[in-house]
Design a binder for this molecule. Structure first.
Ligand code: FES
Length: 350
C-alpha cells in the first residue's frame, strides 16, 4: 500500500512506497526540493516533520544537530516513509550552510575575562576565508592537546577580524585546566567548522530574547554584535546569568551596545552573593527574572546558550509562554565527555 507525502503550505501531494525516502519520492514525482549529498552528510535537505510515520536512517551530526532534531527537523534524504507524511520547507535562513573549513590559526591574545574564563583570540593564517553565522561554533585543537579537540562557540560576529573563543577553565579538565599557562601568543591552533544551527536569523524582524549563562555569553555576544549592525531596529532583551560578581564579564561592552539602541534592554542576574554597590543587577535565577518580565513570547526569536540546566529551564519557560519550538535556538554546553553536537565545557557550571 502506498503512502502520501504532503508539503504543508502547498498543494503538493505525491505517492511513496513504504521504505522510500521523502526526498526520493518527491524527486521521482518531479517536485523541486533542495538536496546535495543524498547521504545524510550535508544538511541541505533539512525540513520540518509536521506529522507522519518515518524511520530515520543514519546521518552525520554535522548535517542535523541534536537541537534541530529535538524541534522536529529531519533530513528528507534519511527519512523513510512508513505512513502518510507531511513536511514543511524551512525558511531561507534555516538553509544557511557555510563551507566547512580546516583553518591553521595563530594565537594573538589570551586574556583572563573572569577567574575561570579566558578570551582567546586567533588570526587565520591558512584555510580561509572563514564564513559562518553569528552563534555557530567550531572544533578547536590546541597545540598542547593534539587529538583532544573541543567545541567552542565563536564569540565574534562574522565581520569582525579573526576568531574569538571564550574558554571556561575547569580544574581537572584535560584541555582547559591551566589554559593560561599552556597557551601563548603565537601558538598554532587548528580550527574546523563552522557547525551548529543556533545562529542569528537576520530576517526575523520581531523582538529577540537572548539568554546566556557562563561562557554561553560567547555566542550571545556574537549575535548581539551582529544585531547591532542590522539596519532595522527590533526590541532586544538580553538576560545574562552569573553565579557571583566575580563571574561577570563582557558587561561594559554589551551595555555599551545596548546604549546605541532605544529598545535594547540588558539584565545581569546573580544567583549567589551580593551585587557590587552601584552596579545595576538583579538577583535570583535568570529564568525567574525572565518570568517576572514577560507573560508571552509570541512573535519572538529566542537564542539561549549556557549550562544544560539553565538552557533547559529557559527553553521550558519560553515555550510555556507561547514561543514555538521553531523560534527557539538553543545551545547547551555539555561536558566534553557527554558532548552532543553542541559546544562544550569540560564540566558543567553548577
Ligand atoms: Fe545531504 Fe540530505 S541531501 S543530508
Amino acid at each position: 500500500m502506498s503512502h502520501i507525502i504532503r508539503i504543508e503550505g502547498s498543494s503538493t501531494a505525491v505517492d511513496a512506497e513504504p521504505g522510500d525516502t521523502v526526498l526520493d519520492a518527491l524527486l521521482m514525482a518531479g517536485v523541486g526540493f533542495s538536496y546535495s549529498c543524498q547521504a545524510g552528510n550535508c544538511g541541505t535537505c533539512r525540513c520540518e516533520l509536521v506529522s507522519g510515520d518515518i524511520l530515520e536512517l543514519e546521518y552525520s551530526e554535522h548535517a542535523l544537530s541534536a537541537e534541530d532534531r529535538a524541534r522536529g527537523v529531519v533530513l528528507a534524504c534519511r527519512a523513510q516513509v512508513w505512513g502518510d507524511v507531511t513536511v514543511r520547507r524551512l525558511d531561507d535562513e534555516e538553509f544557511v550552510v557555510h563551507p566547512s573549513r580546516i583553518l591553521d590559526c595563530r594565537v594573538t591574545a589570551v586574556e583572563k575575562a573572569t577567574h575561570d574564563i579566558w578570551r582567546v583570540r586567533l588570526d587565520i593564517r591558512t584555510g580561509g576565508p572563514y564564513a559562518f553565522s553569528a552563534g555557530q561554533y567550531a572544533s578547536v585543537e590546541f597545540p598542547f592537546a593534539r587529538g583532544k579537540a573541543r567545541d567552542y562557540s565563536m564569540a565574534n560576529a562574522p565581520f569582525e577580524p579573526g576568531i574569538e573563543f571564550h574558554v571556561r577553565e575547569m580544574s581537572g579538565g584535560a584541555v582547559s585546566s591551566g589554559l593560561g599557562e599552556k597557551l601563548a601568543v603565537g601558538d598554532a591552533v587548528r580550527v574546523s567548522g563552522p557547525f551548529g544551527s543556533a545562529h542569528l536569523r537576520e530576517k526575523h524582524f520581531g523582538p529577540v530574547i537572548a539568554v546566556a549563562g557562563g561562557s554561553g555569553l560567547a555566542p550571545i555576544r556574537a549575535i548581539l554584535v551582529a544585531l547591532d549592525q542590522l539596519l532595522d531596529e527590533r526590541p532586544v532583551h538580553v538576560y545574562v546569568g552569573a553565579r557571583t560578581e566575580a563571574d561577570v564579564y563582557c558587561e561594559d561592552e554589551i551595555r555599551g551596545l545596548a546604549r546605541l539602541h532605544p529598545d535594547w534592554h540588558v539584565h545581569w542576574v546573580l544567583s549567589h552573593g551580593e551585587p557590587d554597590p552601584g552596579r545595576a543587577r538583579r538577583t535570583g535565577l535568570v529564568t525567574d527574572a525572565i518570568a517576572q518580565d514577560f507573560t508571552t513570547f509570541e512573535g519572538f526569536k529566542a537564542y539561549v546558550a549556557g549550562p544544560p540546566a539553565m538552557v533547559g529551564a529557559a527553553s521550558e519557560l519560553l515555550q510555556a509562554r507561547g514561543l514555538p519550538l521553531r523560534d527557539l535556538h538553543a545551545d547547551a554546553f555539555y561536558p566534553a565527555d557527554r558532548k552532543a553536537s553542541a559546544p562544550s565545557e569540560e564540566v558543567s557550571i553548577p
